[in-house]
Design a protein around this ligand. Sequence first.
Ligand code: SF4
Length: 419
Amino acid sequence: MSEESKPTAKKSIIKKIHSTGPMRALMAEYFKELEVAAQTGEEKVAWCTSVGPAELLRAFGFRVYFPENHGALLGSSRMAADLIPAANAVGYSPDICSYLTSDVGSYLNRKTPLTRAFGMETVPKPDILVYNTNQCRDVQDWFSFYQREFDVPLCGIDTMRNVGEITRAHLDGLVAQHKALVPTLEEVTGTRFDPDRLKEVVRSSYQCTLAWKKVLRIAENVPSPITFFDGTIHMGPAVVLRGDDRAVAYYETLMAELEQRVAEGVGAVDDEALRFYWDGMPVWGKLRENAEFFGERRACVVASTYCNSWIFEDLGCDDPFEGMARAYTELFIVRNEPFKERYIEDMVRDYGISGIVYHDSKTCPNNANNRYGLPKRLADRLGIPYVMFQGDLNDLRLYSEEQTRTQFEALIEQITEQA
Ligand code: SF4
């Protein structure tokens, strides 16, 4: 075949964010520290749920590892579908959280995306497992599996769900549960609790929240300099390094790049014409495809429930225990339908949204907000078009690209016709 007749690879429409380099370097540093801690035993390793009390763990000097972050890597690397059957074979249903099943499958198969990404042979072995059930019960069951495997302490916070107003009674119980973790953490680390250190870590975590919020809110600009799909990648430090000043510094770097785009009128999507809100989990194994699909149609997914889940403004509270109790309970996922409706309504207004995409993720009903009539109620009130698609965060066997694209096309057509 002559050079001229060779098919040329299609050029991706996705615009490169240059801060991705520093972010990857920071994530590599984070994983290296975990690996060294686990191998040498010089520092203790705590596994924590993604919206768990990471600040308290960091205040004790733990290196903190987040299995949900590993779950997302299993999804984005497309390793998940091959690993899930191993978890099913030991009794974990294919219908429960596919982060859980792919992570347990990864452990049973001794395969991890951390090998390719960061040269790590295995995930770092825990000295303690700490959960918060604010997002779902699955995290407790997930950590219980590892408690049996590693024979290390398992403890956590049991948070109520479907909450409207958060009351003093709720908070008192949660503050008490956070404080009740202290003796176990003292025993595992062999150190005394230092309230001043906790204040410092919570302050840093709060700074990280403010910086991450600024990054997300810059998408209110038209055109938006960032998409939801970019956000799912750049939220890494806010998830795994909040409470560590390096995360704050990273978001300052990213923000400078995004501000420059705004100043120059550069959008993440060329000739942006439509602006979408994404509710529910990302489809991790299809981030690129979905980003390209929308970008090619001059549509920018500018905001999401998911990326906003790592904004914890209540950490600004003077009392760090009260701050953690509030921050990890006032989350969208913990709240009732009227709260969620008001929240999305505000987002539609603030970001100038043209339509909403609801991802009904099969194995995570906790992050699927289309099942109790919310989309229709919002559409009736705001006149906002929407689409609901069936899929999954990690298990691509539950996602039909063709069908989903047809649905997205129909939504875009509907909006364009109405304009
Ligand atoms: S909230 Fe959903 S995705 Fe996250 S751990 Fe729970 S079931 Fe899994």
